[in-house]
Design a protein around this ligand. Sequence first.
Ligand code: ASP
Length: 328
Amino acid sequence: MRILPCSLVAVVLATACATHRSPETAAAGTWAIAIHGGAGTLGRDAPAAELQAYRDALQQVLELGRARLANGDAALDVCEAVVRLLEDDPKFNAGKGAACNEAGGHELDAAVMDGSTMGYGAVAGVRTVKNPVSLARLVMERTRHVLLMGDGAERFADTVAVERVPNEWFTTPQRRAMLDEVLRERAAAVPGAGKGTVGCVALDQAGRLAAATSTGGLTGKRYGRIGDSPIAGAGTYANAWAAISGTGTGEQFLRHTVARTIAARMEFAGEDLATAARAVVLHTLNPDDGGVVAVDAAGNAFAVYNSDGMYRALADSRGRHEVAIFER
Ligand code: ASP
C-alpha cells in the first residue's frame, strides 16, 4: 500500500473538518417545546365552544411541558408526559378517542426518539395498550430492538407491566361517526378527512432534543396499515440538530421521510429549522398532506402545515407561549 505524504493527509483532514457542520447550540438554561394535536382539525365554522375545548386542552399540556422544562426535566420525559396526556384526552386521535380502522376497531402506532443518544423505540398496530407512547419508550429502553408490532408488542407490554384495555375502550361516539362518514364519502375522497395525531418535541436545559408521536392513524384505514408515526425519520425523529413530529397523510410522510429530511437539510445543506421545515412541508408534500412541529438545538420552536389548520402549542425560555389552530 502506498503511504500518502503527510502534507496530503493534512489537506484531506482540513477539508473534511471545514465542511463538517455542527449544530448551533443554545445558551445554558434555554429550553423549547412544540406540541401538535393533529392536522385534521374541526372546520373553521365549528361551534366556538368546541374549538375552545381544543385550545384549553393544548394550553393545559403546554403549561405542563413548560413547567417541567423550566424545572430542568429531561426532554424525553417531558415529551412522553405530554403525549400521554393527549392520549388520555378523547378529543385527540391517539389513545382514548383514536381513529377507527375500516372494521371499526383501533390499531395504534407510537414512537419516541432521544436525539442525545439516537435511541429510538416504537410500537405499531397495538390494539390493547392504553398509552402506546410509554410502551414505545420501553421498547427503546428495555429491548435491543427499535420497533415491535401487534401481538409481539402486546406480549412485551405484559412483561413490563404496561396497562392494557379492551379495544372498544378506545372508541368514542365521535370517532365512530367519523368512520361512518368516511365510509359513506369514500368515493368522494373528502380532503383532509380522518386525519389527526398527537406529538411533542422538546429541547431541555441540558441541550438534549427529543420527540414523541402517537396516533390512531387515518380513519377508515385498512386493517394492518401502519403509518408514519412509528417509523424513524418519517413521522418522528430527533438528533443533535432538531426534533420533529409530523401529522398528516402518513403515506406521504413515509415516501418523503419527512422528519429525517428536515434534519438532514439542516445538517448537510446548512439550512435553518424554519427554512428546512418549510421546504419539505410546503414544497415536497402535497397540499393538505399535513404538517410538523419541530425544535432545534438553538432553542427555536417552529410549526408549519399545509392543511387548513393544525392544533398546536409552542413555548420557550425566551417567553414565547402560543396556542393556535388556524392562525398562521
Ligand atoms: N400521520 C398519521 C398516520 O398517517 C395520521 C395523522 O397524523 O393524521 O397514521
